[in-house]
Design a binder for this molecule. Sequence first.
Ligand code: UD1
Length: 374
Amino acid sequence: MHHLTSMKKIISVVGARPNFMKVAPLHRAFLKYNDKVQHLICHTGQHYDENMSKIFFDDLELPKPDFYLGVGSGSHAEQTGRIMIEFEKILLKEKPDLVIVVGDVNSTVACTLTAAKLHIKTTHVEAGLRSFDRKMPEELNRLLTDQISDFLFVTEKSGLENLKKDGIPENKVFFVGNVMIDSLVYFLKKAESSGSLEKYAVKPSNYVLVTLHRPSNVDSKEQLDKIVNMLNSIAQKRKIIFPVHPRTNSNIEGFSLFDKIDSNVILSDPIGYLDFLNLLRNAELVITDSGGIQEETTYLGVQCITVRRSTERPITVEIGTNHLVGDDFKQAEKTAENILNGSIKRGSIPDLWDGKAAERISEIIISKLSNINS
Ligand code: UD1
């Protein structure tokens, strides 16, 4: 009986594509403590397309979520509000001892705020990252989530400094490494046999992989037209693989730009985790505005051009293979040309990006949990 009453309940939240690979290693790590904690997964439904969501559960060997909120798309206020309303019902019913959120999407801040107001302890995995650009929705999500989290797990040293400056007490903060890299390390071998290079008829180190989905890049016709010009120019030298995010796809269509794109640019639907990892690892060059891909390329030592004005992951530029070129696609094109002509940046792997971050996190949480609500 004593055993049962001391069992703790944790709910981890996933919502959007970049969340799934961060929760998968945590779920595996908590299974080792299944005599002490029950680890449940709540999917808010922020992303809901098969290839933005379901395929990741399969690829990452995640169980079906215990709770699905089905909130779908909407404006920021609508989406965040709907997540809060639905998540509150789950929390009232389930009364977890701890909520874990990852990353910086709308689901991250919505669920943290809901839990904190019910006096449920919260944990932010990937805390402390800052782009210092409050026009990015993710920056607001990061700032607010960190302010009200009880435990903050940090991926790179800049995170420690940022949290200190924001007045977060040091005893809440733990430098543990990067759970996204945990997934990469765990699945790299399996990804090798995904067959994705054959599928796109490309050879290792002989193609460019592109992902672009930030509102600042793809929501205006002018920017999107510049993107197409850049792609068409690079396509004269190398084959390009461009899996297109739903937001980008609807804008290319809306601005009637599909016909302008060179046939050496292979457009595809969003790609699953294993196929994508294999394409990432073997690319000669990656051009992106994603957060996580800057980290994955740094770990893999693959050249990466980030088309943004700032990065919340400065370590990838300082010691990794990331080139931050601003939101200027002419500059991106020039940098790409130099890289394809052999002028590459050598990088190294940041501290504690070793595939064991989730183990460290679960160990710390287990030790803290015994003091929670008891
Ligand atoms: C969200 C995250 C962003 C992350 C990105 C990864 C926020 C504020 N942004 O941006 O940080 O980098 O996910 O993909 O949380 N849509 C579909 N099917 C889906 C999901 C979305 O068609 O499964 C379409 C809808 O038209 C929707 C639009 O894409 O309105 C944008 O989706 P949303 O979740 O609002 O933001 P993302 O741009 O995906």
